[in-house]
Design a protein around this ligand. Sequence first.
Ligand code: ZN
Length: 167
Amino acid sequence: MSPDCCFVRESSQKDSVLCPYCGEKGKPVSLATVGAMANTEVEAVKLSAQEYNFCRNRGCPVVYYAGEVQLEKSDLRVPVNFKERNYEGPVCYCFNHTVASIRAEIQMKGHSTAQAMITQEVKARRCACEIKNPAGICCLGDITRVVQAVMAQLKHRTEALEQNNCS
Ligand SMILES: [Zn+2]
C-alpha cells in the first residue's frame, strides 16, 4: 500500500498514450517502423522523438505521434490500410497482397490462399513487417479481417443476384 507501488503501476501504463488529434488510445510502434515509413519530405525534427505511438482510428489523419510531433498519412511512403475507406491497396506489405488481389482470388477460387502463403513466408523468416507494414507488426490479423469482409460481401452479392433471377 505504499505510494511507490501506485507510481510503478502508473508508469507501466505508458502503453496507452492518447492520440493528440482524435483522443483515441494508441499503440506503441518502433523507431525502425517510423523511420522506414516516413517519406523523404518529412522534416528531421519529426523523426527525432524517442517513443512513438500509432493511431488506428480510420477517421483520423495522424498515423504516428510522440507528444507534439505528429506524422500524418501524407508523410508516409505507403498507403495505410487501416486509415482508408473503400481501400483496395496493400494489406500485406511484405508480399504485396492487396484488397483487390485477395478479392480477385476469392472470386476465382472461392477462397483465399493469402493467409497460408504468408504463414509459410513468416516461418521461413522472409517477412519484414517491422519496416514494411505501417503498423510495424505482422499483417495476418488484417488479412483475416479483409478475407472475411470480402467473403461476406461476395456472398451478399450472390444472394442478391439469385433473388433477382427468381423474380
Ligand atoms: Zn488519431
